[in-house]
Ligand binder design. Structure first.
Ligand SMILES: Nc1ncnc2c1ncn2[C@@H]1O[C@H](COP(=O)(O)OP(=O)(O)O)[C@@H](O)[C@H]1O
Ligand SMILES: [Mg+2]
Length: 207
């Protein structure tokens, strides 16, 4: 079983959104997936699961202190993938969680203010990990936007690992959640689905 942790230094960066869409996509590809909501403050995954009709991927709520036991249980029960939607901070809990993970992603918007505060606490993330730029300005005619390109450069200059896959800002990511769906179910041929597929393929490759 592979474990993917989704962490960040603040709320609202897209942890729950990406966790949910990745879990639905992985499940549809035959990877039995357990999605764990570790953010007791916002419980986005739990709320999404409560309006979802399909019971897969299985979504549960847990405390950080239970995570080792939960990982063992998921392995014993034959899950293929465990996705941990983490609380919005980087601290000793992050160290504990990301040690258990095969790979960690840190979604962040490409806003200057978010990128500047990123290095604070980043040493708490156990490698391997990558920042995933989320809610990026839509690409122009197939080309990466100037602003996103600038942020890639900033992260590269700071030696912060960053995923080559970035996610653009699309309403479909939010709308799908309102129906208890993943975006690959909501708009299976849309751009947002394409992004999630590309991100998941990349995670499989590096994890
Ligand atoms: N790529 C995106 N495009 C459009 N909206 C997004 C995108 N990613 C996240 N959002 C929206 O941003 C808000 C915060 O996302 P959320 O996943 O709840 O953040 P976090 O879990 O990090 O606190 C939500 O309303 C979500 O639907
Ligand atoms: Mg969240």
């Amino acid at each position: 079983m592979k474990t993917l942790a989704v962490v960040s230094h603040k709320g609202g960066t897209g942890k729950s959104t990406l966790s949910i869409h990745l879990a639905v996509k992985a499940q549809s590809e035959g990877q039995d997936t357990l999605l764990v909501d570790l953010d007791s403050q916002s419980s986005t995954v739990a709320e999404w699961a409560s309006i979802r009709t399909d019971k897969h991927p299985l979504a549960v709520t847990a405390q950080v202190s239970d995570i080792t036991e939960l990982q063992q249980q998921a392995t014993d029960e034959g899950f293929d993938l465990l996705i941990l939607d983490c609380p919005p901070y980087l601290n000793d809990d992050t160290d504990q969680i990301t040690r258990l993970a095969d790979y960690t992603i840190l979604p962040t918007s490409p806003r200057f203010a978010d990128i500047c505060t990123l290095p604070k606490g980043i040493e708490k993330i156990h490698q391997p990990y990558s920042v995933v730029l989320n809610s990026c300005t839509p690409d122009l005619e197939g080309k990466i936007s100037f602003k996103t390109a600038q942020v890639y450069q900033m992260l590269n200059d700071s030696d912060i690992p960053v995923s080559p896959v970035h996610i653009i800002r699309l309403e479909a990511f939010t709308e799908a959640l309102n129906y208890g769906q993943g975006v690959t179910e909501y708009q299976s041929n849309g751009k947002a689905s394409e992004h999630i597929k590309t991100l998941l393929d990349w995670i499989y490759m590096v994890a």
